[in-house]
Design a protein around this ligand. Structure first.
Ligand code: FAD
Length: 417
């Protein structure tokens, strides 16, 4: 059996390892187009603040791990997939045959058409190469503009503050992390950042970037401000890497459409990670969920099915946890609520604390919180166990901080804890 995996990120690596465990005699090759050994983008913020060296971002020991498991790692771009001939074409024109193929190509950053994005002071923060460029320009005391305060933007923000830069953040939405936090929580985050000396511009867009002297650029904003910076970082969204599938029978939407076995519309081709539209735990719908735990889950399940084991994906809970200069914010599941559902919340702006619970009937289906780290695991547990809260629903409606008590009372009855 010849298994080919395109993409050497967490989804591809975990898939290769799972295949090796389940199919000891198979030929397994991972083909990845980045020059470094397989690494984790999640570790880039730690690299930016020198908490780890570049090697610390590597997913596995590149000298031994893959060789010991007889997994071939090929450094090349796959330009084309031919599902009729069951082969892939590499950038140098070489072709490789497969019996089962996994697409784990992730996504790439995209930006709105802002004039000046091609200037040498402008970078995204997606790859190790981006990180090296950022390290060169984000020096202690230098001015940096971050475009986009979404999940990735806020992760980078923390690292930039750690580098001692003077930071301005520009976000089109009316609040920070608008796809993860509601108005109140996003507002708290913005207020917190301002207390830390970060210049936050929400409901604002960048209209243009132009050279200003030898090493700096001027960034013009829609609120009339002009910011001079040594570095501009774009964190304005990503798009799935699906171009290599042009002309094939593999169906795509925002990402590659898969079923619960991570199988695409072609029975010999699977997809996993940021590139796949996998099933969501809360809704049962299929959507791209671009976080590493989901990529790992996808990779494992895809591999089991490639090796002939009928494993089904139960769906990943939408889950985001952010540490923004010391303030923890989280959201889980249907944090924005459901039609006809009930909401309980507690808000303390002075203490930067917020908790918001979303119920569907007697079940907790979503939650968000700021500054309340002690509740993180419990909120997730209450949603994932889908426990019927009974009388605890009313108690939580009155006091949403009693989630620990509710969890213990309700799950002990069911024998979970
Ligand atoms: C700065 C940063 C911080 C992050 N922090 C977190 C975090 O705290 N928590 C979290 O859960 N997630 C985080 N993420 C997101 C997380 O990194 C991704 O969800 C995860 O990397 C997805 O894994 P993947 O294997 O699907 O894709 P990727 O890791 O993107 O790997 C895909 C690989 O395929 C390669 N490839 C693409 N096209 C081709 C081709 N045609 N031929 C060959 N190779 C190809 C790509 O170059 C890439 O190397 C962060 C991301 C970034 C950028």
């Amino acid at each position: 059996m010849q298994h080919i995996i395109i993409g050497a990120g967490p989804a591809g690596v975990v898939a290769a390892e799972t295949l090796r465990k389940t199919d000891p005699d198979a030929d397994i090759a991972i083909i990845g187009d980045e020059p470094e050994p397989p690494y984790s983008r999640m570790a880039i913020p730690y690299y930016l603040i020198d908490n780890v060296k570049e090697e610390g971002t590597y997913l596995r020991d590149p000298k031994k791990h893959f060789k010991d498991r007889n997994i071939e790692v090929v450094q090349s771009r796959v330009d084309k997939v031919d599902t009729k001939k069951r082969e892939v074409t590499l950038a140098d024109g070489k072709k490789r045959k497969y019996d089962k193929l996994l697409i784990a190509t992730g996504s790439h950053p995209v930006s709105p058409p802002i004039p000046g994005l091609d200037l040498p002071q402008v970078h995204s923060c997606w790859t190790l190469e981006d990180a090296r460029n950022i390290i060169k320009l984000a020096r202690d005391g230098s001015s940096v503009v971050l475009i986009g305060a979404g999940f990735i933007g806020c992760i980078i923000l923390e690292a930039l503050v750690g580098r001692g830069v003077r930071l301005a953040v520009v976000e089109t939405g009316n609040r920070m992390v608008p796809r993860m936090l509601d108005d109140k929580a996003g507002g708290l985050l913005e207020a917190w950042c301002k207390t830390k000396g970060i210049d936050v511009h929400t409901s604002c867009t960048v209209e243009g970037i132009e050279a200003a002297g030898k090493d700096e650029v001027k960034v013009s904003l829609s609120d009339g401000s002009e910011l001079v910076a040594a570095l501009v970082i774009t964190a304005t969204g990503v798009k799935a890497n699906i171009d290599l599938l042009d002309g094939t029978d593999i169906k795509t939407d925002d990402g590659i459409l898969v079923d619960r076995r991570m199988q695409t519309s072609n029975p010999d081709v699977y997809a996993a990670g940021d590139v796949a539209q996998g099933v969501d735990f809360s809704t049962g719908e299929y959507q791209v969920q671009a976080i590493q735990p989901t990529a790992v889950d996808h990779g494992r399940i895809a591999a089991l099915n490639m090796a002939g084991h009928g494993e089904e994906h139960q769906g990943t809970l939408n889950m985001n946890v952010l540490d923004t200069v010391g303030l923890i914010s989280v959201s889980f599941g249907l944090w924005m609520g459901v039609d006809g559902g009930d909401t309980a919340s507690l808000y303390n702006a002075d203490e930067f604390e917020y908790i918001n619970l979303q119920f569907d009937g007697d079940r907790l289906v979503g939650a968000s919180a700021v500054g309340k780290t002690q509740h993180v695991g419990i909120l997730r547990g209450l949603i994932e166990t889908e426990v019927d809260l009974g009388e605890w629903k009313e108690r939580l409606m009155k006091n949403p901080t009693q989630v620990m008590e509710a969890y213990l009372a309700c799950t002990q009855e069911l024998g979970y804890s």
